[in-house]
Structures are given as C-alpha cells and as structure tokens.
Design a binder for this molecule. Sequence first.
Ligand code: ZN
Length: 219
Amino acid sequence: MPHITLLAEQARAVQVRNIFCIGRNYAAHIAELGNRPEEDPVVFIKPTSALHLPGTPIVLPTHSSDVHYEAELVLLVGQGGKNIAEDKALKHIAGYGLGLDLTARDLQTKAKQGGLPWAVAKGFDCAATVSQFVPSEHIEHPQNIEFQMHLNGQLKQHGDVRKMLFPIPFIVRYLSQVFTLREGDLIFTGTPEGVGPLKGGDVVRLVLPNAIDTEFKVE
Ligand code: ZN
C-alpha cells in the first residue's frame, strides 16, 4: 500500500487508504466546463494505484490525448469516523496537502454524454498526484486557505476555500454519512477555475503559502 509523508518535526509516513474526490465545488469552474451546480456534492473515488508523490515526473497516460490538470486542496484524514458532525470535522483532519486531480477530459466528456462512470477518465496512474502534507496544527486558519498552481512559471489557478460551494466541514460530514472515514484517507476537495491541458515537458508548481511549494515535471 502506498504511503505519503506528513511533514512534521519528525516526518511520519502514513498509509493511504481511500481516495475520495469532490467535483463541482467552485462556481467559476462549473461555469467553465458548462456544468450546473448540484444540490449535493459530486463524489467519485480514485484507486490507490493512481497516487503519485513528489520526486518523480508525472507520466501522462497513453489512452487519452487531452489530460487536464485540476489543482485542489487535499485533506488527509487522521482520526476516522462515521457520521461526523460539522463542528467536529476539522478535528478529524491530520494534514493538508495540494494535489492534481488529473483528468482525461476527452474520455470524461464521452462518459458524461453516455451517463457512464469516470474510472478510466480519472483513475489512471498518476491521476492522484499529491504534494507532501503539512500537519493540521501548522495551518492556523483552515477556513482561510488559499493556494496556487503555476504551469511553466505562469499562474493558472488560484484556490480559496472561502469560495467552495461545499466547505470542508460539510464535505467531511457528507462523506462520513456514506462512507466510514479511516486514518489515511485522502479527500480531494474540488478545483477552482483555470483548468487546462498538460503536455510532456511541462512543469507544474503547487504552492500553499508558508507551507507547501512542490514542483512536478511532466513526461
Ligand atoms: Zn477535480
């Protein structure tokens, strides 16, 4: 099973379990893809084989000719639970990281048209690329987190959790009503506007100010 590193005074390896993803969580991104906001969050799951960590390049899949980056805040679940109340939700988050919900947009568009699942569009190797994680105690105001994604030195995405349609405590409560959350689960919280294609030779940089600054090369 893959492990991620929780950066602390002493780095701690955490075994990754389920990878949950929230879709359509920022109004401007919903608009750029021509979707409509949902009453409940869109939830999908990636296999752990899709997990990709810093240190080696992102390898683009061969079964798609239009792979998009989607930069997202990623939660690392600490203490698990079922039916977690919103006012207790943040206590269940052990760390915060940034990630790329890589999406084969051509296959996803086809799947959406056919009303079919997204596994091959969002579950391939490297499709869950993540930075290292910082422990929650290092994030003073999780309700104010902002992050950036740069492509080849150009700012492409700016995320601000205050613009989420479904805020973090809502997401934790909602997911934990359906799934038992366990230590090591990751939750991708949705992408802001500015998504676009990746190609070989690109360099992606994910920044959470004063906490994370990670670069990935694309092969
Ligand atoms: Zn996404």
